[in-house]
Write a new protein. Structure first.
Length: 531
């Protein structure tokens, strides 16, 4: 299968290393702070200069973090060049704090008789909290976000080595269990092709029809922050904008670690297509089906492992919000973003009121205040633990300290089974999940990938190829797949379709947006009955 010409075993080996560490909540306990497992980068911290605290609060937190790092024998350095805002101009996005990346290192020359211990941002953060005497919500770990088709999230069961664990795919009591046949237990059942796992599908219907655009109007725009968008006849350049610049700087990733062009970068030459290869193309195809008249802005933020560093996510998100802000205010370089689809997430270790940074919430609130509907997938871990960013709204009984606001909605979406009469067993649930949409065995577009697996049986006759279905030959252009990743764009597309043709130089009114969202939600659970 195609790979970049300069791709080497070092690239594949590096990419196969799980990104981040699993947090152990029992390490460095602090009274009043109850922590839960998450995935984070152990050598980084993020520190925001939130406007409500000013420079004094930022300086206090930085001093405490530096003191805490030094107490372990580590050094902390703030990368001022990596201030995360909308771009190079610190005046952009009023009301949004900057986020500074702080890096932990060990001394180049350790003390005599001591062996250097790898830095751990969690221990530093907790000790700084003990020094200051409060949760320090302006400082936090740098989390690792994951895209979420079923079976991908490497931290679902707190094991960061799921795909390489010999007790997952080769466990004799799953795939080869003679009692269950080919089925898997619980939500793992969705991993099987034919039961929810990714598999080729033959599309025999017509392509979505695009209407003519009335004069002096524009199409609604759905921005997708994901793996990018590959080539497909349904997704030409006239419909999908692949990548965008802000002041001459590309937004998102532009390197060769592109799962929409190269389907098997990090498989150790096993011939198996990467778990997220084609993920963004699949989402774009769902928006194309639900909103044929909408335009799609595709920004790549994830690599072939399907993971995203939090700082990268915040940088890209800030840039996309800046595009909308400039458009709303008629400034040069703007671009409309009417709906923002986020089929990714993570679990914060301290998600309670006053114990986590509000930077991501503030960014999403700014987007919504500018008229962008934010649609988030709820996650596929079959739990009710709130996921970020899906739970960053004032849901009923919320313990996150967030209050209702007048901005347009954030919509968190779980998944329905194909019958639409039941929730998919893998889908996360809870009062923070606003609605549920089709997300199991959904059919959409894929790049023309083909993997190393072969058809089970081949019997050519008279020079004619005859064989059973090749399970990873996607050259027909369509697949079935499952995940709340795909329930979210169903809602995003439906909202965009109801927004219809919009004024050329302005977003839809807040009233129009709320009506569109309300109509979509009224047709879906929990507003609509399941039975």
């Amino acid at each position: 299968m195609a790979q970049p010409e300069n791709w080497s075993w070092q690239d594949r080996a590096e990419g196969s290393i799980p990104r981040g560490s699993a947090l152990d909540p029992t390490v460095e306990p602090v009274d009043g702070i109850r922590a839960f497992p998450t995935a984070y980068l152990p050598d980084r911290l993020l520190i925001s200069d939130r406007l409500d605290g000013g420079d004094d609060a930022y300086d206090r937190d930085l001093r405490a973090l530096t003191q805490a790092a030094n107490s372990f024998g580590w050094q902390l350095a703030v990368q001022d060049a990596d201030v995360i805002r909308a771009g190079r101009d610190a005046r952009m996005l009023p009301g949004i704090p900057g986020v500074h990346r702080a890096v932990l290192t060990t001394p180049e020359i350790p003390k005599e008789g001591e062996s250097p211990v790898p830095p751990d941002a969690w221990r530093v953060l907790q000790r700084a909290r003990r020094i200051v005497g409060d949760p320090m919500p302006r400082a936090g770990l740098e989390h690792v976000l994951a895209l979420d088709p079923v079976g991908l999230n490497p931290f679902t069961r707190t094991n960061p080595f799921t795909r390489t664990n010999p007790f997952t795919r080769t466990n004799p009591f799953t795939r080869t269990n003679p009692v269950r046949g080919a089925g898997l237990v619980g939500s793992d059942d969705y991993l099987e092709p034919g039961r929810g796992g990714r598999q080729p599908i033959a599309w025999i219907g017509a392509a979505p029809v695009r209407s003519a655009l009335p004069r002096r109007t524009r199409r609604a725009v759905v921005a997708v922050l994901d793996t990018g968008c590959g080539e497909h006849e349904w997704l030409p350049e006239s419909i999908v904008t692949r990548g965008f610049d802000l002041d001459g700087i590309p937004i998102g990733l532009t390197d060769d670690d592109d799962p929409e062009r190269y389907p098997d970068l990090y498989g150790q030459l096993d011939g198996e297509i990467d778990a997220v290869a084609g993920h963004g193309t699949f989402i774009a195809g769902l928006i194309r089906q639900t909103a044929p008249d909408a335009d799609i802005l595709s920004i790549r933020i994830a690599n072939s492992l399907g993971v995203v560093d939090e700082s990268t996510f915040l940088q890209v998100l800030a840039a996309v919000i800046e595009l909308q802000r400039r458009f709303v205010h008629g400034e040069k370089g703007g671009h409309p973003v009417d709906v923002l689809n986020l089929s990714l997430g993570y679990y914060h270790e301290t998600p309670l009121d006053g114990q986590f940074s509000l930077v991501l919430h503030d960014m999403l609130h700014t987007a919504r205040a500018l008229g962008t509907v934010v649609v988030c997938s709820a996650g596929n871990d079959a739990i009710d633990r709130p996921s970020f960013p899906a739970s960053l709204w004032a849901w009923p009984g919320a313990d996150n300290g967030l209050r209702p606001d007048k901005a347009v909605p954030l919509v968190s979406v779980g998944a329905l089974n194909p019958s639409r009469r039941s929730l998919a067993l893998f889908s996360n649930v809870g009062p923070w999940v606003r609605t549920f949409a089709p997300g199991a065995m959904v059919v959409s577009t894929t790049p023309a990938f083909t993997g190393g697996a072969q058809a089970a049986t081949r019997a050519d006759v008279a020079g004619v190829d005859r064989q059973t279905v090749d399970p990873d030959d996607y050259r027909g252009g369509f697949v079935a797949w499952s995940g709340t990743s795909f329930a979210a764009p169903y809602v995003a597309g439906k909202v965009a379709a109801l927004l219809g043709a919009l004024p050329t130089d302005a977003p839809a009114s807040a009233t129009t947006i709320r009506k569109a969202v309300g109509k979509v939600l009224a047709a879906l659970p929990p507003d609509a009955p399941l039975g």
